[in-house]
Design a protein around this ligand. Structure first.
Ligand SMILES: [Fe+2]
Ligand SMILES: [Fe+2]
Length: 215
């Protein structure tokens, strides 16, 4: 399979994962939530993701020799911290504490796994493609849902505009670099790993937000 064809198959895999949530969206999407206390919990968890994303992109910089990917990572670091500022201010405005949040287990595992991916193409497949692809899907659902209040939608409208600008970059990177059977196999596994851990993160976040789970 050539790189373009292969990239389309992994994009389709992520879309299939997203559609598995269509009938019952997770707390992460804000859509099923009923109280502001629940919404603040989800926003705290997602603020953690913005900061952790910036840290991971930064951790990868030195070991990313492909200059166009290095430049994209460098830009993304600033962008993620801008998202973090938007969410942290929103949490403070609503009387919450932005920085006392403790990540739920699946979330810790997911980001630690991203950080440990060895090659550029596996990293981009696991996180910007699969991870951020699912996040973007959930943001679109939140923005379209009447059950999600305006104070949540406002920062996500800005976040959504940023993510849309470079939405195709991960697919292009995979099309360019995943051109052998061996690399394609590793990319497929990186995507599967990312989605498995994402599902666990969503389960754990549901349990904390909706049932006060403790670990
Ligand atoms: Fe972000
Ligand atoms: Fe992002």
């Amino acid at each position: 399979m050539n790189g373009e064809e292969f990239a389309r198959t992994v994009v389709a895999r992520v879309a299939e994962f997203c559609s598995s949530y269509e009938a019952r969206l997770p707390a992460y999407s804000y859509v099923p939530l009923e109280t502001d206390a629940q919404r603040i919990r989800v926003m705290q968890s997602r603020l953690f993701n913005e900061v952790r994303s910036a840290e991971i992109f930064g951790a990868w910089l030195k070991t990313t020799p492909e200059l166009e990917v290095k430049m994209a990572l460098a830009e993304a670091i600033g962008e993620e911290m801008t998202h973090a500022r938007l969410l942290s201010e929103r949490i403070k405005d609503r009387g919450g504490d932005p920085f006392t949040y403790q990540p739920v287990p699946g979330q810790m595992a997911m980001f630690n796994a991203f950080e440990g991916m060895p090659t550029t193409v596996e990293r981009i497949a696991a996180f910007p493609l699969a991870g951020e692809g699912v996040a973007e899907f959930m943001i679109e659902r939140a923005l379209a849902a009447p059950s999600v209040p305006e104070w949540i939608k406002v920062p996500y409208q800005a976040i959504c505009r940023d993510e849309e600008e470079h939405a195709h970059f991960p697919e292009e990177v995979i099309a360019r670099y995943a051109i052998s059977a061996d690399v394609q196999e590793r990319v497929r596994r990186a995507v599967a790993m990312s989605l498995t851990l994402r599902r666990q993160y969503f389960e754990d976040l549901d349990a904390w937000v909706l049932q006060d789970a403790v670990w």
